[in-house]
Ligand binder design. Structure first.
Ligand code: MG
Ligand code: MG
Ligand code: MG
Length: 305
């Protein structure tokens, strides 16, 4: 019976590529692993798979009775509903420790770096396993995505080192240009439904007794949203009501000017104002220098609940 390797719901490139890169490593080490995913992939991830001939991981959302490795999260809120009925053999992650517990000892690779694939690169090195060029290219793109081409405050020396080494393996000299090409794909929001936009990189967090949903859209120019805000707000209201959430926030992140416009639908906007020390105007506020949900948004909201 195969072991499944997968990341969080609403999978991003790190979760999809992490499933591919970690399952390949484990297979080289003599385990029988299959890459899986919990949902639809984004246009950015499709770009990466197309560029490096990557195979789309298997869609599977139920894991009772299965053996699994988890990448890019340890939060139950974004793991399969029956994850506690599986056997978690290991986790590879770069987020705050979540609420996943296990009934058996597990392999644990958790580091405060910019991307799970940076840690997976370290695992390849640790085990002296060669990374195939196509997998190296995908891992490099996942790291460039998660670190916003090294601009995010989550980016560490380990991430830049990993990208440089992976770039050599896949033979791509100008990796920053490839990163920018990837973010241009990510910025193409025309023709995408409000639902797909809000959900593209959306995570729910348990804060006190409340649930807060935070989505993020990273683009190279915020003007792509000029005529889309109303439909985004309408969709955020729908998500909030349907899920019984306290707040739904969407970060429209401009990776060139480096900051985020927060759109807020909340039972209590003052919590968001307190968190960032700024007043909302028409349910939105610009936060200069904010690129990371994980490091610059969630830790400021959490204490207010
Ligand atoms: Mg992720
Ligand atoms: Mg990640
Ligand atoms: Mg991200």
């Amino acid at each position: 019976m195969s072991t499944y390797v997968f990341g969080h719901t609403n999978p991003d490139s790190d979760s999809i590529v992490g499933a591919i890169s970690l399952s390949y490593l484990k297979n080289q080490l003599g385990e029988d692993c299959l890459a899986a995913r919990q949902g639809k992939i984004s246009p950015e991830t499709q770009f990466i798979l197309d560029k490096f001939d990557g195979k789309l991981p298997l869609l599977k959302t139920s894991y009772a009775g299965e053996k699994v490795y988890i990448v890019d999260t340890t939060d139950l809120a974004i793991l399969p509903k029956d994850i506690l009925d599986s056997t978690v053999l290991g986790v590879v992650d770069h987020h705050k420790l979540g609420d996943l517990t296990t009934s058996t000892p597990l392999e644990c690779w958790i580091r405060p770096v910019g991307c799970s694939n940076t840690i997976i690169k370290e695992m390849y090195d640790y085990h002296h396993v060669e990374i195939p060029a196509d997998i190296a290219g995908m891992m490099m793109c996942a790291i460039l995505s998660d670190t916003v081409i090294f601009k995010s405050p989550t980016c560490t020396k380990a991430d830049t080192k990993a990208v440089k080494e992976l770039a050599k393996i896949c033979g791509i000299e100008d990796f920053k240009a490839l990163g920018m090409e990837m973010f241009l794909v990510k910025s193409a929001v025309e023709g995408t439904s409000a639902k797909d936009l809000v959900m593209r990189d959306y995570k729910e967090f348990d804060m006190g007794d409340c649930k807060v949903g935070v989505g993020q859209l990273e683009v190279v120019d915020l003007s792509v949203f000029d005529d889309k805000k109303k439909m985004l707000f309408d969709e955020m209201k729908r998500v909030k009501e349907e899920g019984g959430l306290h707040s739904v926030i969407v970060l429209l992140t401009d990776i060139v000017t480096e900051g985020s416009l927060l759109l807020v639908v909340s039972d209590d906007e003052s919590k968001v104002e307190k968190a960032f020390g700024k007043k909302l105007e028409n349910h939105e506020v610009w936060l200069e220098g904010v690129l990371s949900r994980k490091k610059q948004v969630i830790p400021f909201l959490q204490p207010l609940f």
